[in-house]
Design a protein around this ligand. Structure first.
Ligand code: ZN
Length: 189
């Protein structure tokens, strides 16, 4: 009986390490790893150093909802949330597994290459899901294009026009923003 328990805990630990590796590869911060795995901080730091060759960055997690509502981050956040919600509804995944899968698909969707930082980091994506779950942010349908976008849950969102239908002049109607608009519509559809 005792032997069985030990075996089980070794498997459980291996799963936790696997989970941490996946998250580190996607750029997760230490606080996120601590929140989502049962591994000690020391082991996570070791793992992080081994995979990344550097110590994990120090500092607090981003905690304001404002960032997710600014123009470009809002589009990226909305792409991620559409993928996440789709997976939770149709692919029988939840919690951190759903976040990891949705985030990997988001990177594919935006054509991310490893040379530059994606607009939405893994840690931000995780924070976004927590803000939605705690009902500080929510998804809302644009009355112009019908896509679903991240909005402030406390705002009145009657006749809401998303950031793609209502592009601020300073953002410019660049080739990049047109490409993003196209992707957004195809993801939301
Ligand atoms: Zn729209």
């Amino acid at each position: 009986m005792e032997k069985k328990n030990i075996k089980k805990s070794v498997v459980a630990e291996a799963e936790q390490i696997q989970l941490a590796i996946q998250m580190i590869k996607l750029g997760a911060r230490l606080q996120l790893l601590e929140a989502q795995t049962s591994l000690s901080r020391e082991r996570l730091i070791k793992l992080y150093k081994e995979l990344k060759g550097v110590s994990p960055p120090k500092g607090m997690l981003p905690f304001s909802t404002d960032w997710f509502l600014t123009w470009q981050p809002n589009i990226h956040s909305s792409i991620f949330m559409n993928i996440y919600n789709y997976l939770v509804e149709h692919a029988d995944v939840k919690d951190i597994t759903a976040i990891i899968k949705a985030y990997s698909l988001y990177l594919q969707q935006i054509g991310h290459d490893s040379d530059d930082e994606p607009v939405l980091s893994m840690t931000r994506a995780w924070t976004l899901v927590r803000f939605i779950e705690s009902k500080m942010l929510k998804m809302h349908t644009c009355s112009c294009c019908g896509g679903k976008f991240v909005v402030n849950a406390y705002d009145l969102n009657q006749n809401y026009h998303c950031n793609l239908c209502h592009i601020p002049s300073r953002a410019g109607k660049t080739k990049k923003s047109k490409e993003m608009a196209y992707k957004m519509v195809t993801v939301a559809a």
